[in-house]
Design a protein. Structure first.
Length: 94
């Protein structure tokens, strides 16, 4: 594609993008895996200006964690991540 633009006399500088990555400490692998597995367990309602994220369905989260055979502490970790995520998910975008 750069050659096509060059024929038109336009110089294109390609953007270099690296994939978004995050390092997870080994001690947090189970909690992060559980967080990802619970992505469909959110209680969300439609309101006039968008969506209101009410939080995770704890009963369903417990079922996911049981299926994963997650350690007991993972539920508390998922709830901590939920507390951080809710204000971000519910930001009003104008």
């Amino acid at each position: 594609m750069a050659e096509d633009f060059a024929l038109l006399g336009v110089t294109v500088i390609p953007e270099t993008t690296e994939p978004d990555t995050v390092d997870i400490m080994p001690a947090n692998h189970a909690s992060f895996a559980a967080w990802l597995e619970c992505q469909t367990q959110w209680n969300v309602v439609s309101i006039a200006n968008g969506l209101l994220w009410r939080g995770l369905s704890y009963r369903d989260v417990r079922e996911v964690l049981d299926d994963m055979k997650a350690p007991r502490h993972v539920f508390a970790d998922v709830r901590a991540m939920e507390r951080v995520a809710l204000p971000i998910l519910n930001e009003v975008h104008s």
